[in-house]
Structure formats: C-alpha cells, structure tokens
Design a protein around this ligand. Structure first.
Ligand code: FAD
Length: 425
C-alpha cells in the first residue's frame, strides 16, 4: 500500500485522485486544496489579489469567458459533459462539470479543503531506506496557526500554472502614467468602457481578452511579435507590432510607431512556481523550464515526485488523464522507468529537437501541432494505456484551423463525437 499526496484539486488533481482511489488495495490518497471548493482555475471569483483568508487569488478566470475548445474535446475520456450544452461553454459549466466528476467518482472524502501545502521535503522512509516525502500543511482560516505534517511515499504536484503573472521587463514601464494590469487580474470589460487599451501578447488569452474589451472600448490595440492574425476582427481592434519601450503617456512600438493609450493589459503568460518545493534544490526552474522532468512528468533523481500539467498547448483534461495513469504505472511498478542517465538523455533529446525547430528555450514544455500527439503516443505506449482517441485529436486540430480562419465565428458551431469520429451538428 502506497500513501500518495495530491497537491491541488483543479482538473489535474481531481484526475489524479480519481485514478488513485479506483485502486484502494494499492493506494491511499489524500488531495490537498487551498481553496474552499475544487475546480481550480474554473472557480471564478470577482476578487483579485487575495481572498477572505489572505490567500493569493489563484484563478485567472474572467466573467465572459467561453471555452476555446469544444466540450467534446475538453472532457475526460471516462466522463462526459452534459449533452444538452452547446460545444463552446461558459466557464461555470466547466466548474460544474469538474465538481460533478468529483462527486461521481466519490472523491471528496479524500479531499482536504482550505488546506495549503507549505513545504514538501524528501525523507528516508523506514522501509528499505527508499525516499519518501514529508509534507507540511496548514488550514487557511486566519485563526489556524498550527502547521501539521504527514508522510507520504509519493507526491503528485497539480498546483496549476496559470496563476503567477509573467510581466516582461519593458524599458520605461516605471515612468508610464497609464494603468497597467496583467490578464490574471482581468475580470470584466466594464471599467474599460470608452477607453483605449493595448493588450500585449496574442496567445489564447491575449486574443480573447482583446475581443472582450472591444465590445465596450473605444479602441483596442493587440500588440504582438507574431505573424499577423488573418481572421476578421472587430473594426476597433487593431493589430500592431510588439512593445519597444514606454514613456509617460506613449507606448513606443517595435516598428517605430507609437500609440497613446489609457491602459496596458499584459497578456504575457505565467510562471511555473512551486513555493512548497523551494527547499528541494534538485528541482530547477529556469528560462520557463522545470528541470529535470522525464516526459515533463517524473523527477529524474526522485521519481516518486511527479507533476501533472507542465506540458502546455495541449488538450488539457485528456492529457492529464494519460499523464496520471503514466505516473501510477511507474509508482505501482508495472512500468519500469529507464535509468537516470537514459532519462536525462531523453530530456536533452526533447530539448534539442525543439531548438532545431526554432523554438526558444522558454517553450521547453510547449507542444506545437503534431508534437502533442507524438507525446501522447509516447507516454501511453510506455504505460500501456489507451491514447487520446483519434476523434478528439482530429476535432482539436479542426478547431485550431477554424479558430485561425475566423475568431469571431468559430464558437458558433456544435460538434458531436460518436463511433470514434466527430460530426458537425
Ligand atoms: P488549476 O486549475 O490551476 O488547479 C490547481 C489547483 O491547485 C488550484 O485549485 C489551487 O488552489 C491549488 N493549489 C495551488 N497551490 C496549492 C498549495 N500550495 N496547496 C494546496 N492547493 C494548492 N483549458 C481548456 O481545456 N479549455 C479552455 O477553454 C481553457 N481556457 C482557459 C482560460 C483561462 C483564462 C485559463 C487560465 C486557462 C484555460 N484553460 C483551458 C486551461 C486550464 O488551465 C486547464 O483546462 C486546467 O483547468 C488546468 O488544471 P490544473 O489542475 O492543472 O490547474
């Protein structure tokens, strides 16, 4: 019997608990969640900065968000969304879905809510000297001062990676007199009515927030360094070059042009952070890379420490479903991990192949195009589990195409998956 701690109960942590608790003869699982309900980033709050218990707000969800993937692609393979919902759903439908998943698999009796993990440190366990872990946690209510400790054989880290803002060092930003904000703190367009805003970054959030703002703003600049979006856009949403520097009232762009704006919204992504693992010096985070993780999951020198959801630009829930089973296959001994040297070589090979594709170091965990399917085939073959279905793959790829074609209309369509193929309905 292995004692396993799951840190964080968003989609990834719930998925870990679901598979651990399905095998009660092998695993005893405890899921720790700092907030008062499960669902992670899908638990919308109008609050920013800190919550009633003084805990930093985790969710980056905003009021008008509709998913950018259809529910047929988002679903865990063993639990469907309500069929009556449209394909592209509102954020609260996803929170409800995750809470239904938790209830369906009876996970809440294994969850400790309002409990924040403070430290995770390696220890030698009594049996056979193998490395186990001591975790220290604390109830988050202001009145709770006493920290508790508990020992585990393995840890599955599911603390989410869209919470701690990454703001680039822009020359002159300190002297800029307009408002600045990161997309993490964006909730609603209301306070931007009639204003001119520059959104920096044309990733999924940058584009979606710029579109949301354009419904009330005078003008929105979508400033980025990528190739121009080819989709039709609202007339008051204008693409510009990336930012070069700021002066008091003006944003100076890389192509030499300048714009005067009321606000700048940094849609510049998030940082990987594991504050509870600070003292574990064998885990390194540099250049947006978490190292050394075999298959973006297993810590090479301490394989009982595992991470779900580090790989990004993926089909999240189905990938978590596979990553979790990959973890359990090596913890239960049914899949033998390669030697430490082989795992390090594999990490290097993956890293170099990205470099050869022209990807910058900060994209060490990013899956572009075919990469996520090759990755999925790789981990599911190793763990001898079913891969993500071909229907989900082809619908994911189709949406990537329809989104590029027309950002304004791609969410109007509905899909169904039957007999391992999708149809538009
Ligand atoms: P999270 O949902 O972030 O959960 C992590 C959990 O860990 C949180 O509940 C947090 O409170 C807890 N935690 C953190 N630290 C501690 C600690 N020390 N102790 C205890 N608990 C802790 N995906 C899609 O599939 N479709 C979409 O349309 C889509 N849209 C998105 C829009 C936005 C704005 C964002 C931010 C993300 C979106 N995603 C979307 C991606 C989304 O992040 C994933 O779908 C998925 O929900 C991530 O789950 P997670 O469990 O990895 O992380």
């Amino acid at each position: 019997m292995k004692n396993v701690a799951v840190i964080g109960l968003g989609a990834a942590g719930l998925c870990a608990l679901r598979h651990l608790t399905a095998r009660p003869n092998l695993f005893r699982a405890v899921g720790f969640e700092q907030s008062s309900q499960v669902g992670g980033t899908w638990v919308y709050t109008p609050d920013v900065h800190t919550d009633k218990n003084g805990i930093t707000i985790h969710s980056s969800m905003y009021q008008n968000l509709r998913t950018n993937l259809p529910k047929e692609v988002m679903a865990f393979p063993d639990f469907n969304f309500q069929k009556s919902l449209p394909s592209f759903i509102e954020h609260h439908h996803v929170k409800d879905y995750l809470q239904d998943y938790a209830n369906h698999f009876d996970l809440m009796k294994h969850a400790k809510l309002e409990t924040q993990i403070q430290h995770v440190e390696p220890r030698r366990s009594a049996n056979a000297g193998s490395v186990g872990w001591r975790i220290t946690y604390k109830k988050v209510q202001p009145s709770a001062v006493v920290a508790e400790t508990e020992d585990f054989d393995a840890i599955i880290v599911c603390n989410g990676h869209y919470s701690v803002p990454n703001i680039p060092n822009c020359l002159g930003l300190d002297s800029f007199k307009g408002n600045t904000m990161h997309s993490h703190d964006y909730r609603s367009p209301k306070s931007f009515t009639g204003k001119t805003i520059l959104c920096l970054g044309a990733g999924a959030s940058g584009i979606d927030i710029a579109l949301d703002l354009s419904t009330v703003a005078k003008k929105v600049y979508l400033s980025h360094n990528k190739a121009k979006l080819t989709s039709e856009l609202p007339p008051n949403l204008i693409q510009t070059a990336g930012i070069d520097h700021f002066s008091e009232k003006i944003v100076h762009l890389k192509d030499g042009s300048e714009v005067e704006v009321d606000s700048v919204m940094f849609c510049t992504g998030y940082k990987y952070t594991f504050p509870f693992l600070k003292q574990f010096s064998d885990l390194k985070i540099f250049d947006g890379r978490v190292y050394p993780l075999f298959k973006h999951i297993v810590h090479v020198s301490a394989p009982s420490l595992n991470f779900v959801g580090i790989a990004n630009k993926i089909c999240p829930f189905p990938t978590f479903h596979c990553q979790v089973q990959f973890i359990l296959a090596h913890i239960d001994g049914s899949m033998k991990l390669p030697t430490k040297e082989q795992m390090l070589k594999d990490i290097e090979k993956d890293y170099v192949s990205r470099k050869m594709k022209g990807m910058p170091p900060r994209h060490a965990h990013m899956m572009v195009g075919q990469m996520q399917w090759d990755y999925n085939d790789d981990i599911t073959t190793l763990a001898k589990i079913p891969p993500i279905s071909t229907a989900v793959r082809s619908l994911f790829d189709k949406i990537h195409y329809t989104r590029t074609e027309n950002l304004l209309t791609y969410k109007n369509y509905n899909y169904d998956i039957t007999n391992n193929s999708y149809t538009e309905i």
